[in-house]
Ligand binder design. Structure first.
Ligand code: ATP
Ligand code: MG
Length: 559
């Protein structure tokens, strides 16, 4: 059964549609198989959207399986963050979370099965020797001198490996395929190694661990995965995965399909490199709003809808390419423009005294929550004799292009009066510290009666009634388009100006009720969200998710 949708099918969807039609499968089953050795990033989002999306589109199901075969680098912290990120992106896995470690008993049995079939042997070659025996792309390898051990000897040795009687590296279990095979993956690969290392799920139960290659496809078979989708670098491993499936009594036959990784410019998407940024304190943790991690994007104020939309826009192909980060930014702006509540916040305040406005008077100005969306309500904004405007919105004198406040000229205060500036008050250093201006009467929602219309509109907040806050402005984390291309040291192109902290900002009163999940458009400044780490109840910190326009201007197609 296929859900209604107008989007054309990508190549994997076509395969699934055919398999359903021909009766090869009755229900599609996919999985997202992260290794819990880091936080998920935008590339993983792509894989999540694809795998969960396929299940949704074709009325099937998708598992979440932690491919946790390498205890050294894994941790429960990552398990928890990955679950949270998948859910936040809007997906729910089928049944319980799975762990490859949950299949260790079965995999161990299958290893013994292969030994008994004469298809696996314990090899004592050191890693270095094994590399020499392996040959090269142009040269066949040589058989290991341990390849012809008897089944009984292999069974005994493998059991001793399991009991911890050998040191790490002393031996390994290998499958017997073909040392002259043109595909290097098929030259008797290792399927079990000794690692005297506790595991985050199985504790001290094991001191031998299956290789990723031995575990991955069998995990799929155990779960009844019909289409096991992965990135192109595993294409070469497919014959090996198929060999395991053919040579083991597995309960089902998964088929692997590869698609190209999502690469985004001005970004690194390697868990190892992201971890380095965190470990060396180049950023403020995995969820730093500049990180391409899902948790970083969440803290920054990106939305799940926009990330999903971006992944769809990027498409599913088998051709490697780099997607422009402005495409992601475009998706974010589209979503936030449609859904973010409007607010005013003055980032760099300059006081304006409205000299003809009574000192004891206040009015309430009404403003829409969103210009096109009545469902987002209205905002009540106190107006008083003293207000703040942005320092950039006032000049003593300016040419006609400057459509803000100038001495002797008029400007409209957004949702309030037209005012005219009279005088700039300066301190001893000559810096403007205050502006004296006048309200033009009866101009709320109307043009001035004298016909002298203001040229521009600026934002403001009451000096008496506002929310003091801090604002964090972000720019791209890297100044180079391909920070890690060709073995370059990606740390060298870290943008030193990627974070600007602006304190002493003045937000409108409605921001006092901001919740962590609320998105705002601060008019004329961009889209903002409360920061989940630094905000205090009486001192909110807002992250700028993104500016109103693409200031990098590097993608004319999207303008
Ligand atoms: P890294 O190289 O950053 O460590 P990984 O691929 O080793 O990433 P896994 O935890 O194994 O990380 O990835 C889980 C799933 O996400 C895999 O199926 C993998 O193919 C997919 N994936 C990872 N990176 C990308 C990417 N950039 N684009 C699309 N899919 C990706
Ligand atoms: Mg991987």
């Amino acid at each position: 059964m296929m859900n209604e949708t107008s989007k054309p099918l990508n190549f994997i969807e076509k395969i699934i549609a055919e398999d359903l039609e021909s009766g090869k499968i009755t229900q599609v089953k996919t999985r997202f198989p992260p290794e819990p050795n880091g936080y998920l990033h935008i590339g993983h989002a792509k894989s999540i959207v694809l795998n969960f999306g396929l299940a949704k589109r074709f009325g099937g199901s998708c598992n979440l399986r932690f491919d946790d075969t390498n205890p050294e680098k894994e941790d429960v912290e990552y398990v928890a963050s990955i679950k949270e990120d998948v859910r936040w992106l809007g997906f729910q896995w089928h049944g319980d979370v799975r762990f490859t470690s949950g299949y260790f008993d079965q995999l161990h049995e299958w290893a013994i099965y292969l030994i008994k079939e004469g298809k696996a042997y314990v090899c004592d070659l050191s890693q270095e020797e094994a590399r020499e025996y392996r040959g090269t792309l142009t040269e066949a390898g040589k058989n290991s001198p341990y390849r012809e051990r008897s089944i009984d000897e292999n069974l005994q040795l493998f059991e001793k490996m399991r009991l911890g009687e050998f040191d790490e590296g002393a031996c390994s279990l290998r499958v017997k395929i073909d040392m002259a095979h043109p595909n290097m993956q098929m030259r008797d690969p290792v399927i079990y190694r000794i690692k005297k290392q506790a595991h985050h799920q199985t504790g001290d139960k094991w001191c031998i661990y299956p290789s990723y290659d031995f575990a991955h496809g069998q995990g799929d078979a155990i779960e009844g995965i019909t289409h096991s989708i992965c990135t192109l670098e595993f294409e070469e491993h497919r014959p090996l995965y198929d060999w395991f499936i053919e040579n083991l009594p597995v309960p089902s036959t998964p088929h692997q399909y590869e698609f190209s990784r999502l690469n985004v410019n001005y970004t690194v998407t390697s868990k190892r490199k992201l971890k380095q940024l965190v470990d060396e304190n180049h950023v403020d943790g995995w969820d730093d709003p500049r990180m391409p991690t899902i948790s970083g994007m969440r803290r920054r104020g990106f939305t799940p809808q926009a990330i999903r939309e971006f992944c769809d826009m990027a498409g599913v192909t088998r051709t490697d390419g780099v997607v422009d980060v402005s495409m992601l930014e475009f998706a974010i702006r589209e979503d936030l423009n449609a859904n973010a509540v409007r607010a005013m916040c003055v980032l760099r305040p300059l006081k304006v005294v409205l000299t003809n406005y009574p000192e004891d008077k206040t009015e309430t100005m009404m403003a829409p929550g969103h210009p096109q969306r009545d469902d987002l309500g209205t905002r009540a904004l106190p107006f008083s004799r003293e207000i703040f405007i942005d320092q950039d919105d006032f000049r003593e004198a300016a040419n006609k292009k400057y459509k803000r406040l100038v001495i002797g000229k008029r400007v409209r205060l957004r949702n309030a009066y037209v005012i005219e500036a009279d005088e700039a008050i300066k301190n001893e250093q000559g810096k403007i510290i205050e502006v004296h201006a006048r309200v033009i009467e009866d101009t709320v929602g109307k043009n001035p009666a004298d016909g002298i219309k203001p040229k521009g509109v600026i934002h403001w907040v009451s000096a008496d009634m506002h929310v003091d806050c801090e604002v964090r402005l972000y720019d791209r984390l890297f100044t180079e388009e391909a920070p890690d291309a060709g073995g370059k040291d990606f740390l060298e192109s870290i943008n030193p100006d990627s974070l600007e902290i602006v304190t002493g900002c003045k937000g409108e009163v409605t921001l006092a009720n901001a919740r962590l999940t609320d998105h705002f458009q601060f008019e004329r400044e961009g889209y903002f969200i409360l920061d989940s780490s630094y905000s205090e109840p009486d001192q909110p910190v807002f992250n700028r998710t993104i500016g109103l326009r693409d200031s990098w201007n590097n993608n004319p197609a999207l303008k």
